[in-house]
Design a protein around this ligand. Structure first.
Ligand code: MG
Length: 164
C-alpha cells in the first residue's frame, strides 16, 4: 500500500497545480526529451517518472521554496532590491537555477545535460511560464519545472538501460 502523503508533499503538489502546472505538462516535457532515444516511449511512463521525482523530499523542498518566492514577488512582499530582481527575472541573478539544480542533482549527470537543453528550447509549458507579459511571476517556477522534467528523464533513461 502506498504510504499516506505528508503535508510537505501534498502542499508541493497543490502549489504546482495552483501555479498552472500539471503533471501531464511536465510529462510532455519528458516525452520531448526522451522520445528520440526510446522508440516505444509511452506517456504513462513519462508521467510515472515525473510522479516519482516529485515524491522526493529534496524536490518538494525546492518546489515550496521557489514557488513561495515567486508568490511573494507577485504580491510585492519581498524587499528591495530583491523584489525588483525577482520580478524582472534578471539574467544575472541565477539563484533560481541553483534551486532547480538541487532537483537535477537527485538523478545524476544525465540530468544536467537535459536541464540545459530544455532550458534553451523551452517547449510546451516552459514557453507559457516564460511569457513575461502580465502580472504573474514565474522566475523560480520555470526552472523548477524544467528541472523536474530533466530529473524524470534521467530516471527513465537509467531504468530503460537496466531493462535492456
Ligand atoms: Mg528562471
Amino acid at each position: 500500500m502506498k504510504k499516506e502523503m505528508d503535508i510537505v508533499e501534498k502542499t508541493a503538489r497543490e502549489w504546482l497545480t495552483k501555479r498552472g502546472v500539471t503533471l501531464d505538462d511536465i510529462a510532455d516535457l519528458v516525452y520531448f526529451l526522451q522520445v528520440k532515444y526510446h522508440t516505444d516511449l509511452k506517456m504513462e511512463d513519462c508521467l510515472e517518472n515525473v510522479d516519482r521525482v516529485i515524491a522526493k523530499r529534496e524536490v518538494q523542498n525546492a518546489i515550496l521554496t521557489g514557488i513561495q518566492l515567486d508568490m511573494l514577488a507577485e504580491k510585492g512582499m519581498l524587499e528591495e532590491p530583491l523584489l525588483d530582481i525577482v520580478q524582472r527575472d534578471e539574467g544575472l541573478y541565477g539563484v533560481d537555477e541553483i534551486v532547480a539544480l538541487s532537483i537535477v542533482n537527485v538523478y545524476g549527470s544525465i540530468g544536467f545535460t537535459n536541464y540545459g537543453y530544455i532550458d534553451k528550447q523551452k517547449p510546451g509549458i516552459l514557453e507559457k511560464l516564460n511569457d513575461k507579459e502580465g502580472k504573474l511571476c514565474h522566475t523560480f517556477l520555470d526552472d523548477i519545472v524544467g528541472a523536474i522534467a530533466a530529473a524524470a528523464s534521467s530516471r527513465l533513461a537509467h531504468r530503460a538501460a537496466n531493462v535492456e
